[in-house]
Design a protein around this ligand. Structure first.
Ligand code: ADP
Ligand code: ASP
Ligand code: MG
Length: 402
């Protein structure tokens, strides 16, 4: 069997944990499996590197930021190879250049384009454990790029896809995917299975247990994916097509605080204005989420929408630049907002799901600002301060507790 095993930052935070991971990987290796290990940077290294950069230059070039951040993963893979060596098992660490993991050119948020397999195959054939840096890739300028925060999951799934791995295991600091973040909702329930589609909605709306692109890729290439703990042997959560959902209406509740709301006020109420605004933003690669258009008055209207906080500055810059062309009279924004989402394939066939969610929020006095839905998700925008309270209330409202 070929197994890809990914370990997150907390799982390799210190010497003891590095040896713990080394031993888990060696167990599989000694059973005769081919083992590819993907690692994140140790503990809070990525945050520490970011604050170091911020200290030197708050507007550091994105290229240099990626140059810096990729050192975190390079440190952990080298130390892991040393640990395995100390345990008398042949291992080799490889970075994105050595594997040749090609990405789009965008620094800080690149996507994989092509991943070569020759080097990894060669090392596996000589019976080594291969340890690869997560989160990083190389663009057409031969520069390092990073895949966005949490991107090591995507490295693991990409390698599992190109190597046709039999299994991709994502080891983290919780036992699997829960009905809500177990750090916020103490009685959240671990799911034994979840579909790719539901997992994608959860991951895209705040459940950071998996990077959303990793789920997208796992679905596309049908990568058998399991999320489990690096600290125990408990069964994790299987992410797959057509998973049985234990008769649950809702599979999870998420909160996403990393968003901002923007309003463009007083635009001309005529055909094409909305198109021109969102076309301008999409040309600048800015992702829009919830959109609300107000009823027009005196030939003008307002449009409110949400973006990721990481895109806020750029969005405001673009809108300011094009303000006249887009007939915008005023631009307002608010960062103190959060999105609460419920996800579940069951809601397609069950009316009343939205009402239950809204009732739970109403019962604890939380006001809903905006609403958006997909086939299997309902999202509301609320004040950021209310986020935890809302997740707990909605989780409770659907009776999801363990
Ligand atoms: P890693 O460093 O292993 O990649 P992350 O911090 O990226 O770990 O992701 C794991 C964390 O995701 C957990 O500690 C948990 O707090 C959080 N999380 C959020 N939503 C969920 C959920 N629905 N199920 C499980 N964990 C969740
Ligand atoms: N080290 C990176 C981060 O902290 C990537 C990852 O952990 O997946 O975002
Ligand atoms: Mg992560």
């Amino acid at each position: 069997m070929l197994i890809v095993k990914k370990f997150g930052g907390t799982s390799v935070a210190n010497k003891e944990r590095i040896f713990n991971v080394a031993k888990r990987c060696i167990e599989d290796y000694k059973k005769g499996h081919d083992v590819v290990v993907v690692l994140s940077a140790m503990g809070d290294t990525t945050d520490e590197l970011l604050s170091l950069a911020n200290d030197i230059n708050p507007n550091a070039p994105k290229r240099e930021l990626d140059m810096l951040l990729t050192t975190g993963e390079q440190t952990s893979v080298a130390l892991m190879a040393m640990a395995m060596n100390a345990l008398d098992v042949p291992a080799v660490s490889l970075n994105a250049f050595q594997v040749m993991m090609h990405s789009t050119s965008k620094y800080g948020n690149s996507r994989f384009k092509r991943v070569d397999t020759e080097r990894i195959r060669h090392e596996l054939d000589s019976r080594k454990i291969v340890i690869v840096t997560g989160f990083q890739a190389v663009n057409k300028y031969d520069d390092y790029t990073t895949l966005g925060r949490g991107g090591s999951d995507t490295t693991a799934v990409a390698l599992a896809a190109v190597l046709h791995a039999d299994l991709c295991e994502i080891f983290t600091d919780v036992d699997g995917v829960y009905t809500a973040d177990p750090r916020i909702v103490k009685d959240a329930r671990k799911l034994s299975q979840i579909t790719y589609d539901e997992m994608l909605e959860l991951a895209s709306h705040g459940a950071k247990v998996l990077h959303n692109r990793s789920v997208e890729m796992a679905k596309k290439y049908r990568v058998p994916l399991v999320v489990r703990s690096s600290l125990n042997n408990n069964e994790g959560t299987v992410v797959k097509e057509g998973a049985k959902m234990e008769k649950m209406l809702i599979s999870g509740v998420t909160a996403d605080k990393n968003i901002a709301r923007i309003s463009v006020i007083g635009i001309k109420d005529r055909p094409g204005t909305a198109f021109r605004i969102f076309n301008t933003l999409s040309k600048n690669k800015i992702n829009i989420d919830i959109i609300l258009q107000s009823i027009g008055r005196e030939g003008t209207k307002d449009i409110t929408f949400t973006v990721s906080q990481d895109d806020l500055k750029e969005t405001l810059d673009v809108l300011e630049r094009e303000k006249e062309d887009l007939t915008i009279q005023e631009i307002k924004y608010d960062e103190d907002v959060a999105k609460i989402s419920i996800v579940g394939a069951g809601m397609m066939t069950n009316p009343g799901v939205a009402a239950t969610m809204f009732e739970s929020l109403y019962n604890c006095g939380i006001n809903i600002n905006m609403i958006s839905t997909s086939e299997i998700r309902i999202t509301v925008l609320i004040r950021e301060n209310d986020a935890e309270k809302a997740v707990i209330a909605v989780h409770d409202g659907f009776g999801l507790a363990d």
